[in-house]
Every structure is written in C-alpha cells, then in structure tokens.
Write a new protein. Structure first.
Length: 576
C-alpha cells in the first residue's frame, strides 16, 4: 500500500467529520471576510455623519460577526482534533492487528521495539498532520481568495506589492521544509533503533548486569539517541528559521502598505476607509498564510513518520501470499489425527537447508518423541506442523490431507502447541488460560491448573484472578511451562505438540508434567520434542533427527539396537 493510498483510506473513512469541519471553517472564513467590509461601511458612515441608529447597527453587526467567527472556529477546531484522535486510534489498531498477523518469516526480520515505536511516536507525529492544518486549508483558502479579491477591488497596485513579498516567503518555506521530511524519517528510524535495542537489553538485563556490561550496552544506545538528537536539532533549526517568516512577511507587507498606501491616500488614488479596509484584509490573510507555513512543516514531518507506518502496514499478512490451491483439493481436515510427512524439505534462508527429505508417519492417538542433537531441526518440524512456515518441498498431512490446503485457523484449532520457552501473557491467570478456549468455565480452568499442579501457586494469591507479568506475580520458567501446558490442555486439541515441555523443571516437576501429559494424551496424538531421553522411553515411536534428516525411527528398545546416534545419546544419559 502506498503512502497516498493509506492517507486516502484514512481520509475517506473520516470524510463526514472532516467535511463538517471543512464546512465550519468555510463559514468561519465568510464571517471573518465580512468584518473589514462592515468596518469600511462604519468608517464611511462616520465620515458621512449618518445618525447613531445606523452606527449602532453596523457596530452590532460587527460584534456578531466577530463572536460568530470565534464560535464557529472553536467548533471546527474541536471537530478536527477529535477526528485526528479517532484517525490515529484507527491507524494504531490497523498497525497492531497487522503486526499480530504478519507471516513468521517476515516477523523474524522485524525488531519488536521498532514496531512499538511505529504504534507510538510515529502515529503521534501523523496526528499533527490533521491538527496542523489539513482541514483549515479549506477555510484558509476561502479566506485567502476572498481577501485577495477584495484587495484587487480596493487597490491592485498595493496588492501586487503584498503578493510579491508573500510569494518570496512561500518559496523560501517550501524549499527549506523539504528537508524536514527526510530528517524526520531518519530521526524516527533512530528512535526505532533505540527502542529495539532497549527492548532486547531489558529482556537480557540479568546477563548484561552479570557481565558488568551496563556501560558498554548503554553506550551503544547513547549513539542511537545521539543520532535522533542531531536529526531533531537540525529539524529544530529549520523550524526556528521558518518560525518568524510569517510574522516578518506580515510586518514588511504592513510597512509597505502603510507607506505606499499613505502616499496613495495623499494623491487621492484611494480613500482612508479603503486603506483601513485593505490593511484589515492584509491582517486577515496573515492568519491563513501563517497556518500554511506551519502546515507545510508539520505535514512534511508527519509524512516522514507516515512512511514508516506505511512500510509496516503494507507488509503482506500470513496467508496473503499463499499459492492458489489446485482445483479439487480438500479444504477440510479429516477426523483422524494421524500425521505424515513425505520428503519434506525446508530452509529459513535460501541455500541453508534445515530439513531435508524428512518422511515419517504418526498413528492416530499415539505418542511420538523427536530427539536429536541441538540445532538438528526438531523445533522447526513442529513449526511446520503449526504452519508458522510452509515446507519448501514435500508434504505434511493430517488424516491424508495436505495441511497447506486447509485454513491455518482450522489447523491450529486441531493442534495444541506448547513452545520451548512459553511466555506468560500479561493479564490474569484466567485470561492466560482462556486464550485458546474462550468459553471454558472456571471449574475447567481449575481442573487443568490442578492437573499441572499449579493450584497452590495461585491460591496463595487471588486464584484465577491473579495478575501475571510485569504488574503481577512473576513465574519461574517451569511454572510458565506448566501454565502453557494447562492452557493447551484446556483447549482439548486432537493433536498435542510439545517442544521440550520439561526443559526447565526439576525431576519432581518433570514427573508431574509427564503425568499430566500421559493422562491427557489418551486418545490424542502427541508429539514431544525432548532432550532428556528418560522422558520419552515409553513413547510409541521415537524419531531421531540429525542434521535435518530422520536418522532412525522406532521404539526405545529398537533404537538401542538400530541407531548408533540414539545409543550414543542414551549412553551419555546413562540410560543403557
Ligand atoms: N527463525 C529462524 N531463522 C533462521 N534460522 C533459524 C530460525 N530458527 C531456527 N533456525 C536455525 O535452524 C536450525 C534448526 O533449529 P531448530 O530450532 O529447529 O533446532 P532444534 O533441533 O530444535 O534445536 P534445540 O534442540 O537446540 O532446540 C538451527 O541451525 C537454527 O539456527
């Protein structure tokens, strides 16, 4: 999506309040334009010595015009500001929803801190585009054109001088402000870099402190803050230079009109009333001119930030680039939870295969363990089953159906997945549990918590209402693993994928988790990635993965006979 299309979409969505605000600002402009005309009549009436009644009428009219213009302007301002807030709220939710649905390959390359900046400070800068003059343009333009028409009518010679002075100033402002857009983009990129670095540093803060590296890590971030600072200072310099331009233009134009106008009154070319009206019109165009000058700079800055938002919003969503399915292929998973892989190949980066020619089959309701050295591709295999990524070659099927031919939503409803180091989400224990099973009752939540022996941990606090994460109870790695397991069991999936579910627990907790898995894997196809072979010796089948290939498959006893790698792993873990 181009920046223009995104902007058009935003404007189109808010066209009603924006048109109302534009309408109000046009009315405000008309009321303002009427004021010098009434003043002209007032002066003429005084010069002509007409009665007090006529003077009172003109004065009352003038007061009404002034008050009316102020009220209408305030209304337009409120409408614009509210619309700006609403447009930014919509833009923010668009970014958030799209980020959550980005394909994993794309997300792998994004930095979370930088994405957060796009929702935060970039969106705030874009708001300025609305409040900084987009709507005032209509009223301002009308005011400008109306005032210019009246000034032509009063004295074209003086108008030519005013336009000469104003035109020069406009050219200076446009030329200088072009740089603001580039500088804002660079400054916001530096802020994004800084946020991304800080985000990473906060998650690694214990390691950084333990290594006494706060100063060194902080110095890197200082350099990024410096980059943002220098860009900010350059923007400030340009703005400081442009700031006085509108005031200066008005003063020069005013002095010129006063001098030349005075001479023209002396020669009788125009009357005193005309000169006063001309000066009032000059002051009337000063406001839109000033607005236009500041709008040019704020819109330029907003466009710089908008470009960063556009870049994120125009990334393709998960599934958007899927190839079309061949005619006649199945779009529904069959009822059986049997899994098979046929010649599956996959690489995260071109030319660096992670899985090669992987084939296996897992029977419905059975338990399969995947073991193998670190980096051999075990977690990647689970990621392919979840369709976080699709295989580059070969087919993964459930009940004979290629999983890429069904919707990810359907597939992920069938599968429960506990990742290697599952996080606890912010919110309560209940909210964490209900993530995959929003309709579950409190009794069901309590039952899965009991199954993973977490009841005591939360009963000491506020039970299911216990707040987790930054503002609440912090959990140990093993407790987070058990909570994730409970969350997955609650959804009652037909297939359970567990990536090292006992990685960060002591042997007692390992037993608890294994017990929970065993009780809940009844009639459920379970695939467990495991480093500790002791946890999977009872599995119906064990797949041994080495360098992205299936080296051997069988039961524990069979593999001790047939696979040297498995025997080696078992030897090291004192299982033989
Ligand atoms: N998102 C990613 N982008 C690029 N490469 C990746 C990504 N995730 C994993 N890899 C690489 O793919 C290979 C397999 O990783 P994977 O996590 O599947 O191994 P694993 O067998 O589960 O390892 P471990 O037992 O240590 O968890 C590794 O070389 C790893 O560096």
């Amino acid at each position: 999506m181009s920046a223009g299309a995104l902007l058009r979409d935003t404007l189109r969505f808010h066209w009603r309040p924006l048109s109302a605000a534009a309408g109000l600002s046009v009315v405000g402009a008309l009321l303002s334009l009427g004021q010098p005309l009434v003043v002209n009549h007032l002066i003429e009436s005084i010069s002509a010595g007409t009665g007090t009644a006529s003077l009172t009428t003109w004065i009352a009219g003038l007061v009404l015009l002034v008050i009316g213009a102020a009220v209408v302007d305030a209304g337009a301002q409120l409408l614009v500001t509210r619309t700006a807030e609403s447009a930014i709220r919509r833009l923010r939710s668009t970014i958030v929803l799209r980020v959550l649905r980005l394909p994993m390959r794309v997300l792998d390359r994004q930095r979370s801190g930088d994405l957060v900046t796009r929702v935060g400070s970039d969106a705030t800068l874009v708001r300025e585009m609305f409040t900084g003059g987009l709507v005032d343009v209509f009223g301002g333009l009308l005011l400008f054109v109306g005032a210019i028409a009246a000034m032509v009518w009063i004295d074209p010679v003086m108008l030519a001088i005013v336009l000469g002075i104003g035109g020069t100033a406009v050219i200076v402002v446009i030329a200088a402000s072009a740089k603001i857009q580039t500088l804002t983009l660079q400054a916001q990129n530096a802020v994004g870099d800084l946020s991304a670095q800080l985000d990473r540093a906060i998650s690694a803060v214990r390691t950084i402190r333990a290594a006494n590296a706060e100063q060194r890590v902080g110095a890197d971030m200082d350099a990024m803050a410096d980059r943002a600072y220098y860009r900010g200072v350059r923007i400030a310099r340009i703005e400081a230079m442009l700031g006085p331009v509108s005031g200066l233009t008005l003063q020069v134009a005013f002095l010129a009109v006063l001098g030349i106008g005075g001479m023209r009154v002396a020669t009788g070319a125009i009357s005193v009333a005309d000169l006063v009206s001309f000066i009032l019109f000059l002051f009337l165009i000063a406001a839109p001119l000033g607005q236009a000058f500041s709008a040019i700079t704020t819109v330029r800055a907003a466009l710089g930030a908008f470009e960063r938002i556009r870049a994120t919003v125009s990334l393709p969503l998960e599934g958007e680039q899927d190839p079309p399915h061949p005619a006649g292929c199945t779009h529904e998973l069959g009822p059986r939870n049997e899994i098979s892989a046929h010649a599956v190949g996959f690489a995260y980066e071109p030319g660096r295969p992670v899985l090669t020619d992987v084939s296996f089959s897992i029977a419905d309701g059975s338990t399969t363990a995947i073991v193998g050295p670190s980096g051999s591709g075990k977690s990647t295999l689970l990621a392919l089953l979840e369709r976080f990524y699709d295989p580059d070659s070969g087919v993964l099927s459930i009940d004979g159906t290629d999983i890429t031919s069904v919707s990810r939503q359907q597939l992920r409803t069938r599968i429960g997945y506990v990742e290697q180091q599952p996080p606890a989400l912010a919110g309560t224990v209940r909210e964490n549990l209900l993530l995959g099973a929003p309709a579950a009752t409190d009794e069901e939540c309590a039952s899965v918590l009991a199954a993973v022996r977490l009841t005591d941990r939360f009963d000491a606090a506020e039970g299911l209402d216990t707040q987790l994460g930054e503002r609440g109870v912090n959990l140990s790695g093993g407790q987070r693993q058990r909570l994730a397991l409970a969350r997955t069991l609650l959804a009652d999936p037909g297939i359970l994928l567990l990536d090292e579910p006992t990685a960060s627990v002591d042997s007692l907790t390992e037993e608890v988790i294994q017990d929970a898995i065993a009780r809940h894997s009844h009639n459920r196809t379970t695939v467990i990635v495991a480093h500790r072979l002791s946890t999977v010796t009872a599995a119906d089948q064990i797949l041994v993965l080495a360098d992205g290939q299936i080296e051997a498959a069988g039961t524990h006893t069979e593999l001790l006979e047939t696979s040297s790698l498995y025997r080696d792993l078992a030897d090291r873990q004192l299982l033989t």
